[in-house]
Design a binder for this molecule. Structure first.
Ligand code: ADP
Ligand code: MG
Length: 671
């Protein structure tokens, strides 16, 4: 019996069920044992006097008025009655559950799981629960065909079979004692079956610490190894050629660009592996800096590759690099390429005929053979981590790596989350850029905005209109965008050409639409957020964001960064009638600053990391239970001890740390 046993060993689990559980990445009993609920619902009954507005809780009271069902529209109805809790009279509503009326009897006690509206002294019920149930109910992430109950039962089966007894401690006694952490076995059990909230909190603290500590330990070890590596690549670039290139650019580098470039060149020309994060706000000129680094590699006779998240961006980088470096041979490699051009590109890459390669993930896939790959640049990519490096190493390449990101990461987070990397920041915009003027308007003011837009378009401005975001529904997003486009077509008539771009389009369709917009043939481009990452059309000077309050600050910032990329004055208009204070605050902050770092800090304070890092450009490692913003204090502490331990000489040989050496790299979520 071992924790590595397949889930098949558990009662009631057959091959069919196994397939289902795979959707949740559950293969072994061990996977299940550490598949913790992501939250608990506290079904202990509460006094409404203690509830805050919007809180979900179980409220017990005596039914004081009979149930009454109102129907309003197809299959829609509302069940209403009142309950009395002490002196308080509470109005209860259930939506679309008319059958519950049978359970409501005047004078009887009832327990309702619902959401409290303080101002209205009302409870929107979700379900009627069994009385005196003082349980904590675990909520697991589930998938189709798997219910909460299935998971609870399965975990219970693992307990019954004694699998939890096989859980081994993986933290040294010194740390358990120092931080008063629960032993691993006890914590795992309490995560699934806590006696009370307090025990759950203690278990959670242990599990989070473990996760963040091992993350930091792996990171610190990696950093030490990187530094010590003697087979690192030396790229002997030719300074004079590079300087000539810089002098021939149509602009002078900003000081910030120059110093970032110097840091990069210093890494490249010394041994050891470059592992550097290049941060800079949208439009700060990162691409040029990265381009020059790749040019430097070229002067040393080495290839470079730049990896981007989408085909649109690949095309765009390809074009701008061809413009910047007409003297280089540059190839484009994407997943959507036809067989013949792909074969030709691959052959040219392998023979070394090509100096610079631009592409998507296709770059590190099978079949790509490089000829002296010296430098890999990534743009708004997922973390280019251990795994990707390994893939390249298997191809016989061990290049320096430079990761570009326009996601402004607050410094505090950058040093922890990207702790194994060096960081260069371009914190200065090129001279002559006019700050984007940002206005927040209500929907009622839209006609005024349109009138103004008409004038701007007549003057030759190009406009982005971002359609509202509907949470978790791509289909609705699309519908919104289509409707919006039709409305704008109707409004502008012959005066402007309007096009639509959305995520469901085929790549070549998207490409064609972007090309038309770039060429100035389209005046108004309606788009979903696919436009967000890195798109560069300097003549586009107006960005209109519909229902802007649905977006997080960082996303708004990214979207706004699509304009203001040339010398003309640019504008952003946020159309929103926010209902919440935080929505209003976000709109206000957007009109007050264009500094991405300020916005990121605000975002972090207001909403946590999900807003900043929640999207595909996150680049942050994923944690199962920890959240690097909420658990920042734990993260800092974990980082502190981890680096202390790693800095001890021969720490792996010391008995008190033996347990760490044993479990090191077990879960390397560094890629
Ligand atoms: P980022 O990648 O940081 O978003 P880019 O490198 O794409 O920014 O630069 C944005 C625009 O500014 C490009 O059109 C680029 O040619 C231009 N640019 C870059 N550096 C400078 C500079 N020092 N002076 C003037 N324009 C610049
Ligand atoms: Mg860029």
């Amino acid at each position: 019996m071992s924790l590595k046993d397949s889930l098949l060993v558990l009662p009631g689990v057959g091959p069919k069920a196994v397939e289902k559980f795979q959707k949740l990445d559950l293969y072994t009993v061990e996977d299940l044992v550490v598949y913790f609920p992501f939250r608990y619902e506290d079904f202990a009954s509460k006094s409404v006097l203690d509830l805050v507005d919007g809180e979900k809780a179980v409220v017990v009271g005596t039914v004081s008025t009979p149930a009454n069902v109102q129907y309003y529209g197809f299959k829609r109805n509302r069940l209403r009655f009142s309950i009395k809790q002490g002196e308080a009279i509470i109005a209860v509503s259930f939506f679309n559950q008319p059958y519950l009326a049978d359970k409501v009897e005047v004078g009887q006690e009832i327990a309702i799981w619902g959401k409290w509206d303080k101002a209205k002294a009302s409870l929107t019920g979700m379900k009627i629960v069994a009385q005196s149930s003082e349980d904590l109910h675990p909520i697991y992430h589930v998938a189709q065909g798997i219910s909460q109950a299935n998971l609870v039962k399965l975990v219970q089966a693992a307990v019954d079979r004694g699998y939890f007894d096989l859980i081994e401690e993986n933290l040294p006694a010194i740390l358990l004692e120092k931080y008063r952490l629960l032993p691993r076995k006890q914590a795992a059990f309490a995560m699934h079956f806590p006696r009370d909230l307090e025990e759950y909190k203690q278990a959670l603290r242990r599990v989070k610490f473990e996760e963040l500590f091992y993350f930091q330990l792996n990171l610190q070890v990696l950093k030490v190894e990187n530094k010590a590596e003697s087979n690192g690549l030396v790229i002997p670039y030719q300074r004079s050629l590079l300087e000539e290139k810089i002098a021939s650019l149509p602009f002078a580098l900003t000081e910030a660009q120059q110093s970032a470039l110097d840091e990069i060149l210093c890494d490249m020309s010394s041994g050891g592996h470059m592992n550097r994060l290049l941060q800079g706000d949208v439009g700060a000129g990162k691409t040029v800096v990265a381009g020059l680094a790749m040019y430097a590699a070229y002067t040393a006779g080495m290839q470079s590759a730049i990896m981007v998240p989408t085909e649109i961006l690949a095309e765009q980088h390809f074009e701008s690099l061809c413009q910047l470096f007409p003297d280089l041979s540059i190839a484009l490699l994407t997943g959507g390429m036809k067989a013949a051009p792909r074969r030709a590109a691959l052959a040219a890459i392998e023979s070394g005929e090509v100096d610079l390669i631009v592409g998507t993930h296709a770059l590190i896939q099978e079949g790509v053979v490089y000829h002296q790959l010296g430098l890999v640049v990534t743009d708004e990519q997922h973390r280019f981590g251990v795994k990707q490096r390994r893939l390249l190493r298997e191809k016989g390449a061990n290049p320096d790596v430079l990761m570009m990101t326009a996601t402004p990461i607050p410094r505090t987070l950058a040093i922890t989350a990207f702790g194994e990397m060096d960081v260069s920041v371009i914190n200065q915009l090129p001279a002559g850029r006019k700050p984007i003027i940002t206005r927040w308007v209500k929907h009622e003011q839209l006609p005024v905005v349109l009138e103004w837009l008409d004038k701007e378009v007549a003057k030759g401005a190009q406009v982005y209109v971002i359609s509202p975001l509907i949470e978790e529904s791509e289909a609705l997003d699309l519908k919104n965008a289509v409707d919006l486009k039709e409305e704008l077509v109707a409004y502008f008539g012959e005066r402007a050409s309007v096009a639509l771009l959305h995520g469901r389009m085929k790549n070549d369709e998207k490409e064609a639409i972007m090309q038309e917009f770039k060429a100035g043939k389209t005046d108004v481009l309606v788009s979903t957020t696919v436009i967000e990452v890195g798109v560069n059309v300097p003549n586009a000077t107006v960005m209109i964001i519909m229902d802007a309050d649905r977006f997080g600050l960082s996303q708004l910032h990214q979207l706004r960064g699509r304009v203001g990329r040339g010398s003309k004055q640019s504008y952003a208009v946020l159309v929103a009638n926010p209902k919440t204070d935080s929505g209003k605050d976000r709109m206000k902050i957007m009109t007050e600053t264009t500094d991405g770092f300020v916005l990121a800090e605000e975002d972090l304070k207001m909403r946590g990391a999900g807003e900043i890092f929640g999207t595909r450009q996150s680049g942050l490692p994923e944690f199962q239970v920890a959240n690097i913003v909420e658990d920042y204090a734990i993260l800092e502490e974990a980082r502190r001890v981890a680096s202390q331990i790693v800095s001890e000489k021969d720490w792996k040989e010391q008995p008190e740390w033996a347990i760490l050496a044993k479990h090191l790299r077990e879960k390397e979520n560094l890629d």
